[in-house]
Design a binder for this molecule. Sequence first.
Ligand SMILES: [Zn+2]
Length: 139
Amino acid sequence: MTTVPRFWREIPQRYNLIGTKCKVCGRVYFPPREVCPYCRRKSLENMEKIKLSGKGTLYSYTIIHTPPSKFEGQAPYAVGIVELEEGPRITSQIVDCELDKIKIGMKVEAVFRKIQEDGDTGAIYYGFKFKPVENESER
Ligand SMILES: [Zn+2]
């Protein structure tokens, strides 16, 4: 009953938010891309991995009332587009916030959370979600 779930061994590689940055134009991509769509031909050898801060601003959001079946039981919940400090936009669930307190433009940060449980295999998947930055005055 107390065996260590496999996911704990997978976390170190997945815990950091890793994107890629084009050394030519400086654009940052998440999820990582191998080729910069702006400087296509040159960029293949010019993409470098960078660790993203995980901090950003809520660009827009939607409240989901009728989720896909694998997310049943979680509705209603908010899915937002977060614009990271480094530039890329990520679609992510917004957590740790009353739905009516969610505001476009609020500061958010990435947290590592359970995404879903596979009822058939018992597997639990983890990934990033975003939550409001609580102590904004301390930043
Ligand atoms: Zn580029």
